[in-house]
Design a protein around this ligand. Structure first.
Ligand code: ZN
Ligand code: ZN
Length: 165
């Protein structure tokens, strides 16, 4: 049975832990990267942002970071595994805070409005383990993106169709 992820149960990395990870990765937490990272930290887990979203948020809060720098910072933060990246739709990448210690979570994404639900599923975890055993792979990541049309968008298109009758 799939379960929605209760946001409160997700543990977050502390600032110190973040610095430690960055130090061991041998890279500096430049002010720009720190701004990008703290945006995700302030929003908390369960927020999925595109590079444009990040750029927009930073601009709104008066922080001057170019879009190119946002892209570079996101790539670095994914490389050192502080953020996770997923392709929500073709060519549309979303980023989120990597959730320390908790189980793998997956996403159901609305193709119309981008609304996202997170879920965990024992069945998917077990199936991934099975496949990795059969194929001899060492499993390093289990992330599934399911795409569909959310309830609200479905209701909206139903209402539009009815209005046209
Ligand atoms: Zn997520
Ligand atoms: Zn929708």
């Amino acid at each position: 049975m799939a379960q929605r992820v209760p946001v409160a149960s997700i543990q977050q990395y502390s600032q110190e832990h973040l610095r430690e990870v960055l130090n061991t990765a041998g890279r500096r937490l430049t002010p720009q990267r720190e701004k990008v990272l703290s945006l995700f930290q302030n929003l908390g887990p369960g927020h999925h942002l595109t590079a444009d979203d990040v750029h927009h948020h930073l601009k709104q809060s008066g922080k001057k970071v170019s879009l190119a720098t946002v892209y570079r910072s996101l790539k670095l933060l994914v490389d050192i595994r502080l953020l996770d990246e997923g392709e929500w739709q073709e060519g549309l990448h979303c980023y989120e805070l990597r959730q320390g210690g908790s189980k793998a979570h997956h996403h159901m994404v609305c193709m119309r409005c981008g609304h996202t639900e997170e879920f965990i599923s024992e069945v998917i975890t077990a199936a991934s383990r099975d496949v990795s055993q059969v194929t001899g792979f060492e499993l390093t990541e289990v992330r599934l993106i399911l795409r569909g049309i959310c309830r609200r968008c479905r209701q909206r298109s139903k209402a539009t169709a009815e209005a046209l009758l």
